[in-house]
Design a protein around this ligand. Structure first.
Ligand SMILES: Cc1cc2nc3c(=O)[nH]c(=O)nc-3n(C[C@H](O)[C@H](O)[C@H](O)COP(=O)(O)OP(=O)(O)OC[C@H]3O[C@@H](n4cnc5c(N)ncnc54)[C@H](O)[C@@H]3O)c2cc1C
Length: 531
Protein backbone atom coordinates (compact mmCIF):
# COMPACT_ATOMS: atom_id res chain seq x y z
CA UNK A 1 0.00 0.00 0.00
CA UNK A 2 1.20 3.56 -0.70
CA UNK A 3 0.28 6.61 1.40
CA UNK A 4 1.14 10.28 1.04
CA UNK A 5 1.52 12.60 4.01
CA UNK A 6 2.91 16.01 4.93
CA UNK A 7 5.12 16.47 7.97
CA UNK A 8 7.07 19.28 9.65
CA UNK A 9 10.50 18.56 11.12
CA UNK A 10 13.35 20.53 12.64
CA UNK A 11 16.33 21.20 10.34
CA UNK A 12 18.45 18.83 12.49
CA UNK A 13 15.97 15.94 12.00
CA UNK A 14 15.28 16.45 8.32
CA UNK A 15 18.27 14.38 7.21
CA UNK A 16 17.39 11.33 9.35
CA UNK A 17 15.36 8.64 7.58
CA UNK A 18 14.60 7.00 10.93
CA UNK A 19 13.02 10.19 12.28
CA UNK A 20 11.01 10.76 9.09
CA UNK A 21 9.69 7.19 9.20
CA UNK A 22 8.79 7.52 12.86
CA UNK A 23 6.87 10.79 12.35
CA UNK A 24 5.11 9.34 9.28
CA UNK A 25 4.10 6.22 11.21
CA UNK A 26 2.52 8.35 13.95
CA UNK A 27 0.78 10.60 11.44
CA UNK A 28 -0.63 7.64 9.47
CA UNK A 29 -1.24 5.45 12.54
CA UNK A 30 0.73 2.54 11.14
CA UNK A 31 3.55 0.59 12.81
CA UNK A 32 6.95 1.98 11.88
CA UNK A 33 8.18 -1.56 11.12
CA UNK A 34 5.62 -1.94 8.35
CA UNK A 35 7.15 0.98 6.40
CA UNK A 36 9.39 -0.53 3.73
CA UNK A 37 10.45 2.71 2.01
CA UNK A 38 9.85 6.45 2.05
CA UNK A 39 10.34 8.89 -0.82
CA UNK A 40 10.47 12.67 -0.40
CA UNK A 41 8.13 14.28 -2.94
CA UNK A 42 8.56 17.96 -1.97
CA UNK A 43 10.75 19.75 0.53
CA UNK A 44 10.69 23.40 1.50
CA UNK A 45 12.04 25.59 4.29
CA UNK A 46 9.29 27.22 6.37
CA UNK A 47 10.89 30.25 8.03
CA UNK A 48 7.69 32.15 8.82
CA UNK A 49 7.62 31.20 12.51
CA UNK A 50 10.35 32.00 15.05
CA UNK A 51 11.80 28.49 14.89
CA UNK A 52 12.53 27.40 11.34
CA UNK A 53 11.08 24.04 10.17
CA UNK A 54 11.18 21.94 7.07
CA UNK A 55 7.92 21.08 5.39
CA UNK A 56 8.22 17.64 3.76
CA UNK A 57 5.71 15.81 1.60
CA UNK A 58 6.39 12.09 1.84
CA UNK A 59 5.30 9.02 -0.08
CA UNK A 60 5.23 6.11 2.35
CA UNK A 61 5.47 2.53 1.01
CA UNK A 62 4.01 -0.24 3.18
CA UNK A 63 5.19 -3.69 2.05
CA UNK A 64 6.08 -2.33 -1.41
CA UNK A 65 9.16 -0.98 -3.18
CA UNK A 66 9.05 2.14 -5.38
CA UNK A 67 9.48 2.05 -9.14
CA UNK A 68 12.79 3.39 -10.54
CA UNK A 69 12.79 6.94 -11.93
CA UNK A 70 11.63 6.45 -15.50
CA UNK A 71 14.04 7.40 -18.31
CA UNK A 72 12.98 10.30 -20.50
CA UNK A 73 12.21 9.44 -24.13
CA UNK A 74 15.06 7.98 -26.20
CA UNK A 75 16.18 9.67 -29.40
CA UNK A 76 16.24 7.51 -32.57
CA UNK A 77 18.99 7.63 -35.23
CA UNK A 78 18.18 10.83 -37.12
CA UNK A 79 21.45 11.19 -39.05
CA UNK A 80 19.63 10.85 -42.40
CA UNK A 81 16.36 12.50 -41.39
CA UNK A 82 14.94 15.84 -42.60
CA UNK A 83 16.91 18.69 -40.99
CA UNK A 84 15.51 21.42 -38.76
CA UNK A 85 17.88 24.31 -38.00
CA UNK A 86 18.16 25.56 -34.43
CA UNK A 87 20.13 28.76 -33.91
CA UNK A 88 21.55 28.99 -30.38
CA UNK A 89 22.62 26.25 -27.96
CA UNK A 90 21.16 27.74 -24.77
CA UNK A 91 18.53 25.87 -22.76
CA UNK A 92 15.90 26.65 -25.42
CA UNK A 93 18.07 25.45 -28.32
CA UNK A 94 19.26 22.28 -26.57
CA UNK A 95 15.79 21.24 -25.39
CA UNK A 96 14.38 22.06 -28.83
CA UNK A 97 17.07 19.84 -30.38
CA UNK A 98 16.29 16.91 -28.07
CA UNK A 99 12.59 17.19 -28.90
CA UNK A 100 13.24 17.50 -32.66
CA UNK A 101 15.38 14.35 -32.55
CA UNK A 102 12.90 12.45 -30.34
CA UNK A 103 10.26 13.22 -33.02
CA UNK A 104 12.43 11.76 -35.79
CA UNK A 105 13.93 14.91 -37.37
CA UNK A 106 17.59 15.91 -37.53
CA UNK A 107 18.55 18.94 -35.43
CA UNK A 108 21.29 21.12 -36.88
CA UNK A 109 22.44 23.45 -34.10
CA UNK A 110 24.41 26.59 -34.96
CA UNK A 111 26.11 28.24 -31.97
CA UNK A 112 28.24 31.40 -32.23
CA UNK A 113 30.20 30.57 -29.06
CA UNK A 114 32.57 27.81 -28.08
CA UNK A 115 31.93 24.46 -26.43
CA UNK A 116 31.34 24.62 -22.71
CA UNK A 117 34.90 23.74 -21.65
CA UNK A 118 36.68 26.12 -24.04
CA UNK A 119 34.35 28.88 -22.83
CA UNK A 120 36.05 28.83 -19.42
CA UNK A 121 39.24 30.45 -20.81
CA UNK A 122 37.23 33.38 -22.15
CA UNK A 123 35.50 33.82 -18.77
CA UNK A 124 38.89 33.88 -17.05
CA UNK A 125 40.04 36.60 -19.49
CA UNK A 126 37.07 38.78 -18.50
CA UNK A 127 37.86 38.38 -14.80
CA UNK A 128 41.63 38.81 -15.01
CA UNK A 129 42.38 40.89 -18.10
CA UNK A 130 39.04 42.68 -18.51
CA UNK A 131 38.85 41.31 -22.07
CA UNK A 132 35.39 40.48 -23.41
CA UNK A 133 35.30 38.10 -26.39
CA UNK A 134 32.08 39.13 -28.21
CA UNK A 135 31.50 35.51 -29.31
CA UNK A 136 32.34 33.65 -26.09
CA UNK A 137 31.42 35.03 -22.68
CA UNK A 138 28.93 34.54 -19.82
CA UNK A 139 26.02 34.78 -22.27
CA UNK A 140 27.35 33.21 -25.49
CA UNK A 141 28.59 29.66 -25.93
CA UNK A 142 27.39 26.08 -25.44
CA UNK A 143 24.66 25.94 -22.77
CA UNK A 144 23.85 29.64 -23.33
CA UNK A 145 23.47 32.18 -20.56
CA UNK A 146 22.23 29.45 -18.24
CA UNK A 147 25.51 27.54 -18.06
CA UNK A 148 27.62 29.62 -15.71
CA UNK A 149 24.62 30.60 -13.65
CA UNK A 150 23.07 29.65 -10.37
CA UNK A 151 21.08 27.00 -12.19
CA UNK A 152 17.91 27.90 -10.32
CA UNK A 153 15.22 25.75 -11.86
CA UNK A 154 11.96 27.19 -10.64
CA UNK A 155 9.54 28.86 -12.91
CA UNK A 156 6.09 30.36 -12.82
CA UNK A 157 5.31 29.28 -16.38
CA UNK A 158 3.88 25.90 -15.39
CA UNK A 159 0.94 26.30 -17.77
CA UNK A 160 3.15 26.31 -20.87
CA UNK A 161 4.59 22.83 -20.45
CA UNK A 162 5.75 20.01 -18.26
CA UNK A 163 8.28 21.38 -15.75
CA UNK A 164 8.79 17.91 -14.31
CA UNK A 165 9.79 16.52 -17.71
CA UNK A 166 12.48 19.21 -18.00
CA UNK A 167 13.77 18.44 -14.50
CA UNK A 168 13.84 14.69 -15.26
CA UNK A 169 15.91 15.35 -18.39
CA UNK A 170 18.42 17.26 -16.22
CA UNK A 171 18.49 14.32 -13.77
CA UNK A 172 18.98 11.82 -16.61
CA UNK A 173 22.01 13.89 -17.65
CA UNK A 174 23.58 13.97 -14.21
CA UNK A 175 21.73 16.48 -11.97
CA UNK A 176 20.93 15.41 -8.41
CA UNK A 177 17.46 13.88 -7.90
CA UNK A 178 17.01 16.54 -5.19
CA UNK A 179 15.88 18.92 -7.94
CA UNK A 180 12.74 16.79 -8.31
CA UNK A 181 11.71 17.40 -4.71
CA UNK A 182 13.11 20.76 -3.58
CA UNK A 183 10.62 23.62 -3.70
CA UNK A 184 13.38 25.87 -5.05
CA UNK A 185 15.61 23.48 -6.99
CA UNK A 186 19.01 24.58 -8.24
CA UNK A 187 21.99 22.82 -9.84
CA UNK A 188 24.99 25.14 -9.34
CA UNK A 189 27.60 26.50 -11.73
CA UNK A 190 30.11 23.77 -10.93
CA UNK A 191 27.71 21.00 -12.04
CA UNK A 192 25.99 22.54 -15.07
CA UNK A 193 28.84 22.18 -17.61
CA UNK A 194 29.00 18.38 -17.20
CA UNK A 195 25.23 18.16 -17.70
CA UNK A 196 25.50 20.23 -20.89
CA UNK A 197 28.27 17.92 -22.15
CA UNK A 198 26.07 14.88 -21.48
CA UNK A 199 23.20 16.47 -23.47
CA UNK A 200 25.60 17.26 -26.33
CA UNK A 201 26.90 13.68 -26.39
CA UNK A 202 23.36 12.28 -26.49
CA UNK A 203 22.50 14.59 -29.41
CA UNK A 204 25.64 13.70 -31.37
CA UNK A 205 25.08 9.97 -30.71
CA UNK A 206 21.68 10.10 -32.40
CA UNK A 207 23.04 11.90 -35.46
CA UNK A 208 22.39 15.58 -34.69
CA UNK A 209 24.88 18.17 -35.99
CA UNK A 210 26.32 20.82 -33.67
CA UNK A 211 28.43 23.63 -35.14
CA UNK A 212 30.34 25.79 -32.65
CA UNK A 213 31.89 29.15 -33.51
CA UNK A 214 29.22 29.41 -36.18
CA UNK A 215 27.42 32.75 -36.06
CA UNK A 216 24.19 33.25 -37.99
CA UNK A 217 24.49 36.50 -39.97
CA UNK A 218 21.38 36.39 -42.18
CA UNK A 219 18.18 34.49 -42.73
CA UNK A 220 17.69 33.09 -46.21
CA UNK A 221 14.19 34.27 -47.12
CA UNK A 222 12.02 33.73 -50.19
CA UNK A 223 8.40 34.80 -50.65
CA UNK A 224 7.91 35.40 -46.92
CA UNK A 225 9.19 31.92 -46.09
CA UNK A 226 12.47 30.94 -44.48
CA UNK A 227 14.74 28.66 -46.49
CA UNK A 228 17.74 28.50 -44.18
CA UNK A 229 20.42 30.70 -42.65
CA UNK A 230 23.77 32.16 -43.60
CA UNK A 231 26.47 31.81 -40.96
CA UNK A 232 30.07 32.91 -40.45
CA UNK A 233 32.34 29.92 -39.88
CA UNK A 234 36.14 30.36 -39.70
CA UNK A 235 35.93 33.66 -41.56
CA UNK A 236 33.75 32.25 -44.37
CA UNK A 237 30.06 32.52 -45.08
CA UNK A 238 28.27 29.16 -45.16
CA UNK A 239 24.67 28.25 -46.05
CA UNK A 240 22.57 25.90 -43.92
CA UNK A 241 19.27 24.97 -45.56
CA UNK A 242 15.94 23.99 -44.02
CA UNK A 243 12.35 25.17 -44.30
CA UNK A 244 12.14 25.31 -40.49
CA UNK A 245 14.41 27.54 -38.41
CA UNK A 246 14.06 27.82 -34.64
CA UNK A 247 15.54 31.14 -33.51
CA UNK A 248 16.75 30.59 -29.93
CA UNK A 249 19.45 33.24 -29.74
CA UNK A 250 18.72 34.68 -26.28
CA UNK A 251 18.19 38.31 -25.32
CA UNK A 252 21.83 39.45 -25.37
CA UNK A 253 22.28 39.01 -29.13
CA UNK A 254 21.56 42.61 -30.14
CA UNK A 255 23.03 41.90 -33.58
CA UNK A 256 20.27 39.34 -34.24
CA UNK A 257 17.60 42.00 -33.60
CA UNK A 258 19.51 44.40 -35.90
CA UNK A 259 19.72 41.73 -38.59
CA UNK A 260 15.98 40.98 -38.43
CA UNK A 261 15.18 44.70 -38.64
CA UNK A 262 17.56 45.08 -41.61
CA UNK A 263 15.89 42.13 -43.35
CA UNK A 264 12.41 43.66 -42.72
CA UNK A 265 11.36 40.80 -40.43
CA UNK A 266 8.87 42.38 -38.04
CA UNK A 267 10.12 42.93 -34.48
CA UNK A 268 8.68 45.14 -31.70
CA UNK A 269 10.10 47.07 -28.75
CA UNK A 270 8.76 45.68 -25.47
CA UNK A 271 8.90 46.58 -21.76
CA UNK A 272 11.76 45.04 -19.81
CA UNK A 273 13.58 45.80 -16.52
CA UNK A 274 16.89 47.29 -15.36
CA UNK A 275 18.58 48.20 -12.11
CA UNK A 276 21.57 47.09 -10.08
CA UNK A 277 22.97 43.95 -8.44
CA UNK A 278 23.03 44.23 -4.68
CA UNK A 279 25.37 42.27 -2.43
CA UNK A 280 25.02 41.61 1.33
CA UNK A 281 27.03 39.34 3.63
CA UNK A 282 25.27 35.95 3.47
CA UNK A 283 25.40 35.65 7.27
CA UNK A 284 23.32 38.83 7.54
CA UNK A 285 20.63 37.48 5.19
CA UNK A 286 20.65 34.15 7.08
CA UNK A 287 20.23 35.87 10.43
CA UNK A 288 17.31 37.98 9.11
CA UNK A 289 15.52 35.10 7.38
CA UNK A 290 16.16 32.47 10.08
CA UNK A 291 15.40 34.88 12.97
CA UNK A 292 18.61 34.42 14.91
CA UNK A 293 21.76 36.34 15.78
CA UNK A 294 25.00 36.09 13.82
CA UNK A 295 26.59 33.60 16.23
CA UNK A 296 23.59 31.23 16.04
CA UNK A 297 23.62 31.38 12.25
CA UNK A 298 26.70 29.20 11.86
CA UNK A 299 25.17 26.34 13.85
CA UNK A 300 21.86 26.59 12.00
CA UNK A 301 23.56 26.57 8.61
CA UNK A 302 24.90 23.07 9.26
CA UNK A 303 21.36 21.89 8.52
CA UNK A 304 19.80 24.64 6.42
CA UNK A 305 20.62 26.08 2.99
CA UNK A 306 21.90 29.65 2.58
CA UNK A 307 18.79 31.80 2.99
CA UNK A 308 17.24 33.64 0.07
CA UNK A 309 14.64 36.37 -0.32
CA UNK A 310 12.16 37.66 -2.83
CA UNK A 311 11.06 41.28 -2.48
CA UNK A 312 8.71 43.50 -4.39
CA UNK A 313 7.47 47.08 -4.03
CA UNK A 314 5.36 49.46 -6.12
CA UNK A 315 6.92 52.88 -6.66
CA UNK A 316 5.16 55.57 -8.70
CA UNK A 317 3.13 52.99 -10.58
CA UNK A 318 6.04 50.69 -11.42
CA UNK A 319 7.32 47.46 -9.93
CA UNK A 320 10.68 47.41 -8.11
CA UNK A 321 11.67 43.82 -7.40
CA UNK A 322 14.46 41.45 -6.54
CA UNK A 323 15.44 39.18 -9.40
CA UNK A 324 17.59 36.06 -9.79
CA UNK A 325 18.70 35.93 -6.15
CA UNK A 326 21.92 33.96 -5.63
CA UNK A 327 22.46 32.92 -1.98
CA UNK A 328 26.10 32.11 -1.22
CA UNK A 329 26.91 33.42 -4.68
CA UNK A 330 29.22 35.49 -6.84
CA UNK A 331 28.46 38.54 -8.99
CA UNK A 332 29.41 37.86 -12.61
CA UNK A 333 30.60 40.23 -15.37
CA UNK A 334 28.13 39.51 -18.18
CA UNK A 335 29.03 42.01 -20.92
CA UNK A 336 28.88 40.65 -24.46
CA UNK A 337 30.66 43.45 -26.28
CA UNK A 338 32.93 46.49 -26.00
CA UNK A 339 32.07 49.46 -23.79
CA UNK A 340 29.60 47.56 -21.62
CA UNK A 341 29.49 46.68 -17.94
CA UNK A 342 26.68 44.23 -17.18
CA UNK A 343 26.16 42.37 -13.91
CA UNK A 344 24.36 39.13 -13.06
CA UNK A 345 24.97 36.42 -10.48
CA UNK A 346 25.70 32.74 -9.98
CA UNK A 347 26.40 30.34 -7.16
CA UNK A 348 27.99 26.93 -6.73
CA UNK A 349 25.86 23.90 -5.84
CA UNK A 350 26.71 24.25 -2.14
CA UNK A 351 25.94 27.97 -2.12
CA UNK A 352 28.78 28.38 0.33
CA UNK A 353 30.30 31.74 -0.61
CA UNK A 354 30.21 34.41 2.10
CA UNK A 355 28.09 36.76 -0.05
CA UNK A 356 24.47 36.90 -1.11
CA UNK A 357 23.54 38.78 -4.28
CA UNK A 358 20.39 39.65 -6.14
CA UNK A 359 19.36 41.86 -9.01
CA UNK A 360 17.05 44.66 -7.88
CA UNK A 361 15.35 46.08 -10.93
CA UNK A 362 12.66 48.51 -12.06
CA UNK A 363 10.18 47.90 -14.88
CA UNK A 364 11.13 49.91 -17.96
CA UNK A 365 8.35 51.04 -20.29
CA UNK A 366 8.12 52.68 -23.70
CA UNK A 367 7.86 56.16 -22.15
CA UNK A 368 11.39 55.71 -20.68
CA UNK A 369 12.97 55.10 -24.06
CA UNK A 370 10.96 57.66 -26.06
CA UNK A 371 14.22 59.61 -26.70
CA UNK A 372 15.21 56.72 -28.95
CA UNK A 373 11.88 56.64 -30.79
CA UNK A 374 13.69 57.25 -34.12
CA UNK A 375 15.24 53.79 -33.62
CA UNK A 376 11.80 52.16 -34.00
CA UNK A 377 11.69 48.64 -32.50
CA UNK A 378 15.31 48.95 -31.39
CA UNK A 379 14.56 51.90 -29.04
CA UNK A 380 14.59 49.79 -25.85
CA UNK A 381 17.81 48.07 -26.93
CA UNK A 382 19.48 51.46 -27.45
CA UNK A 383 18.35 52.67 -23.99
CA UNK A 384 19.71 49.45 -22.42
CA UNK A 385 23.07 49.74 -24.20
CA UNK A 386 23.38 53.45 -23.26
CA UNK A 387 23.10 52.56 -19.57
CA UNK A 388 25.63 49.74 -19.93
CA UNK A 389 28.04 52.27 -21.48
CA UNK A 390 27.51 54.70 -18.59
CA UNK A 391 28.44 51.86 -16.21
CA UNK A 392 31.53 51.09 -18.33
CA UNK A 393 32.71 54.72 -18.23
CA UNK A 394 32.00 55.09 -14.50
CA UNK A 395 33.78 51.80 -13.77
CA UNK A 396 37.01 53.15 -15.31
CA UNK A 397 36.57 51.80 -18.86
CA UNK A 398 37.40 48.24 -17.83
CA UNK A 399 35.17 45.43 -16.54
CA UNK A 400 35.27 47.00 -13.03
CA UNK A 401 31.77 47.92 -11.93
CA UNK A 402 30.65 51.29 -10.55
CA UNK A 403 29.52 50.67 -6.97
CA UNK A 404 27.96 52.46 -4.01
CA UNK A 405 26.93 51.47 -0.50
CA UNK A 406 23.17 51.17 -0.07
CA UNK A 407 22.51 53.96 2.43
CA UNK A 408 24.96 56.27 0.63
CA UNK A 409 22.93 55.62 -2.53
CA UNK A 410 19.69 56.54 -0.78
CA UNK A 411 21.24 59.66 0.79
CA UNK A 412 22.92 60.69 -2.49
CA UNK A 413 26.50 60.48 -1.15
CA UNK A 414 29.55 59.06 -2.86
CA UNK A 415 30.86 56.12 -0.80
CA UNK A 416 34.26 56.99 0.68
CA UNK A 417 35.10 53.29 1.12
CA UNK A 418 33.70 50.09 -0.32
CA UNK A 419 33.63 46.69 1.41
CA UNK A 420 34.95 43.46 -0.07
CA UNK A 421 33.00 42.19 -3.07
CA UNK A 422 32.59 38.84 -4.83
CA UNK A 423 32.78 40.63 -8.21
CA UNK A 424 36.20 39.57 -9.40
CA UNK A 425 37.03 42.36 -11.92
CA UNK A 426 36.72 44.79 -8.98
CA UNK A 427 34.55 47.78 -8.11
CA UNK A 428 35.03 51.54 -8.19
CA UNK A 429 33.15 54.01 -6.02
CA UNK A 430 30.70 55.96 -8.21
CA UNK A 431 27.61 58.15 -7.68
CA UNK A 432 25.04 55.65 -8.96
CA UNK A 433 22.29 57.93 -7.60
CA UNK A 434 23.33 60.45 -10.30
CA UNK A 435 24.34 58.04 -13.03
CA UNK A 436 21.11 56.06 -13.15
CA UNK A 437 18.22 57.82 -14.91
CA UNK A 438 15.75 59.12 -12.32
CA UNK A 439 13.01 56.71 -13.45
CA UNK A 440 15.29 53.93 -12.21
CA UNK A 441 17.34 55.62 -9.46
CA UNK A 442 14.45 57.23 -7.55
CA UNK A 443 12.39 54.04 -7.63
CA UNK A 444 15.34 51.95 -6.45
CA UNK A 445 15.81 54.37 -3.51
CA UNK A 446 12.11 53.94 -2.66
CA UNK A 447 12.33 50.20 -3.11
CA UNK A 448 15.34 49.75 -0.82
CA UNK A 449 13.62 51.76 1.93
CA UNK A 450 10.49 49.59 1.62
CA UNK A 451 12.56 46.38 1.56
CA UNK A 452 14.24 47.57 4.79
CA UNK A 453 10.88 47.65 6.54
CA UNK A 454 9.89 44.21 5.20
CA UNK A 455 13.22 42.61 6.11
CA UNK A 456 14.70 44.31 9.19
CA UNK A 457 18.45 44.66 8.66
CA UNK A 458 18.31 44.55 4.82
CA UNK A 459 18.75 48.32 4.59
CA UNK A 460 22.39 48.71 5.59
CA UNK A 461 25.60 50.34 4.43
CA UNK A 462 27.19 46.88 4.52
CA UNK A 463 25.24 46.22 1.31
CA UNK A 464 26.76 47.39 -1.97
CA UNK A 465 25.06 48.20 -5.27
CA UNK A 466 26.92 47.11 -8.42
CA UNK A 467 25.94 48.74 -11.72
CA UNK A 468 24.21 47.75 -13.91
CA UNK A 469 21.78 44.83 -13.98
CA UNK A 470 20.48 45.32 -17.49
CA UNK A 471 19.88 41.90 -19.07
CA UNK A 472 16.88 40.65 -17.13
CA UNK A 473 14.56 40.25 -20.08
CA UNK A 474 14.50 41.09 -23.76
CA UNK A 475 13.95 44.70 -24.87
CA UNK A 476 12.54 43.30 -28.14
CA UNK A 477 9.74 40.89 -29.01
CA UNK A 478 9.76 38.83 -32.19
CA UNK A 479 6.03 38.40 -32.76
CA UNK A 480 4.67 34.92 -33.42
CA UNK A 481 1.32 33.27 -33.96
CA UNK A 482 -0.10 31.97 -30.67
CA UNK A 483 -1.22 28.65 -32.18
CA UNK A 484 1.46 27.77 -34.74
CA UNK A 485 4.33 29.60 -32.92
CA UNK A 486 5.50 30.77 -36.37
CA UNK A 487 6.59 34.35 -36.94
CA UNK A 488 3.48 36.33 -37.89
CA UNK A 489 4.90 37.12 -41.37
CA UNK A 490 7.64 34.58 -42.09
CA UNK A 491 6.61 30.99 -42.67
CA UNK A 492 8.86 28.38 -41.07
CA UNK A 493 10.56 30.83 -38.68
CA UNK A 494 10.02 30.00 -34.98
CA UNK A 495 11.03 32.87 -32.64
CA UNK A 496 11.85 31.01 -29.44
CA UNK A 497 12.28 31.63 -25.71
CA UNK A 498 13.96 34.54 -23.96
CA UNK A 499 15.38 36.43 -26.92
CA UNK A 500 12.02 36.48 -28.66
CA UNK A 501 10.24 37.58 -25.47
CA UNK A 502 8.47 34.29 -24.61
CA UNK A 503 10.48 32.99 -21.65
CA UNK A 504 12.48 34.13 -18.66
CA UNK A 505 14.85 31.66 -17.03
CA UNK A 506 16.29 28.25 -17.76
CA UNK A 507 13.19 26.10 -17.30
CA UNK A 508 10.76 28.33 -19.17
CA UNK A 509 13.29 28.69 -22.01
CA UNK A 510 13.66 24.89 -22.15
CA UNK A 511 9.88 24.45 -22.24
CA UNK A 512 9.51 27.05 -25.00
CA UNK A 513 12.27 25.25 -26.91
CA UNK A 514 10.29 22.01 -26.70
CA UNK A 515 7.07 23.74 -27.78
CA UNK A 516 8.76 25.39 -30.79
CA UNK A 517 10.30 22.04 -31.74
CA UNK A 518 6.89 20.38 -31.76
CA UNK A 519 5.47 23.24 -33.83
CA UNK A 520 8.36 23.07 -36.33
CA UNK A 521 7.99 19.29 -36.68
CA UNK A 522 4.24 19.67 -37.22
CA UNK A 523 4.86 22.00 -40.14
CA UNK A 524 7.74 19.90 -41.53
CA UNK A 525 5.80 16.61 -41.48
CA UNK A 526 3.55 17.07 -44.55
CA UNK A 527 6.64 17.63 -46.72
CA UNK A 528 8.30 14.52 -45.42
CA UNK A 529 5.22 12.48 -46.24
CA UNK A 530 5.09 13.94 -49.79
CA UNK A 531 8.66 12.82 -50.44
C1 LIG B 1 25.09 34.82 -14.97
C2 LIG B 1 23.67 34.41 -15.23
C3 LIG B 1 22.98 33.73 -14.24
C4 LIG B 1 21.68 33.28 -14.45
N1 LIG B 1 21.07 32.53 -13.48
C5 LIG B 1 19.89 31.92 -13.76
C6 LIG B 1 19.31 31.00 -12.84
O1 LIG B 1 19.87 30.70 -11.79
N2 LIG B 1 18.11 30.44 -13.16
C7 LIG B 1 17.45 30.76 -14.31
O2 LIG B 1 16.36 30.22 -14.55
N3 LIG B 1 17.98 31.63 -15.20
C8 LIG B 1 19.18 32.20 -14.95
N4 LIG B 1 19.74 33.07 -15.87
C9 LIG B 1 18.97 33.37 -17.08
C10 LIG B 1 19.03 32.17 -18.03
O3 LIG B 1 20.34 31.84 -18.25
C11 LIG B 1 18.30 32.51 -19.31
O4 LIG B 1 16.96 32.81 -18.99
C12 LIG B 1 18.31 31.35 -20.30
O5 LIG B 1 19.61 30.93 -20.55
C13 LIG B 1 17.63 31.76 -21.60
O6 LIG B 1 17.71 30.68 -22.48
P1 LIG B 1 17.70 30.85 -24.06
O7 LIG B 1 18.03 29.51 -24.59
O8 LIG B 1 16.44 31.51 -24.47
O9 LIG B 1 18.86 31.89 -24.41
P2 LIG B 1 20.41 31.87 -24.07
O10 LIG B 1 20.71 31.03 -22.90
O11 LIG B 1 20.81 33.30 -24.03
O12 LIG B 1 21.08 31.16 -25.32
C14 LIG B 1 21.16 31.75 -26.58
C15 LIG B 1 22.32 31.14 -27.34
O13 LIG B 1 22.28 31.61 -28.68
C16 LIG B 1 23.59 31.87 -29.12
N5 LIG B 1 23.54 32.88 -30.19
C17 LIG B 1 23.20 34.19 -30.09
N6 LIG B 1 23.26 34.79 -31.30
C18 LIG B 1 23.64 33.83 -32.18
C19 LIG B 1 23.91 33.83 -33.57
N7 LIG B 1 23.78 34.96 -34.31
N8 LIG B 1 24.31 32.68 -34.15
C20 LIG B 1 24.47 31.53 -33.43
N9 LIG B 1 24.24 31.48 -32.10
C21 LIG B 1 23.82 32.61 -31.49
C22 LIG B 1 24.29 32.38 -27.87
O14 LIG B 1 25.68 32.22 -27.99
C23 LIG B 1 23.69 31.52 -26.79
O15 LIG B 1 24.44 30.36 -26.53
C24 LIG B 1 21.04 33.56 -15.68
C25 LIG B 1 21.71 34.28 -16.67
C26 LIG B 1 23.01 34.70 -16.45
C27 LIG B 1 23.72 35.48 -17.53
Amino acid sequence: MIHETEIFVSPEDAGSEEVLKSIASQKLSIPVKSISFIRILKRSVDARAKSVRLNIRLRVYVGETPAQLEKTSEMPDVSKATPIIIVGAGPAGLFAAMKVAAMGFKPIILERGKDVRSRRFDLAAIHKQHLVNPESNYCFGEGGAGTYSDGKLYTRSTKRGDVNEVLKIFVNHGASEDILVDAHPHIGTNKLPQIIISIREALLACGAEIHFECRMTDLILKDQSVKGVLAQVSGHSREFLSNQVILATGHSAGDVFEMLHRQHVLIEAKPFAMGVRIEHPQSLIDSIQYHCNLTQVEKLREHLPAASYSLVHQSEGRGVYSFCMCPGGIIAPCATGPEQVVTNGWSPSKRNNPFSNSGVVVSIEADDFKHYADQGPLAGLRYQRALEKIAFLAGGQTQSAPAQRMIDFIEGKLSSTLPETSYQPGILSAPLHELLPSEIGKRLQDGFKAFGTKMKGYLTNEAVLHGVESRTSSPVRIPRNKETLEHIQIKGLYPCAEGAGYAGGIVSAAIDGQNCAEAAVRSARPETIKR
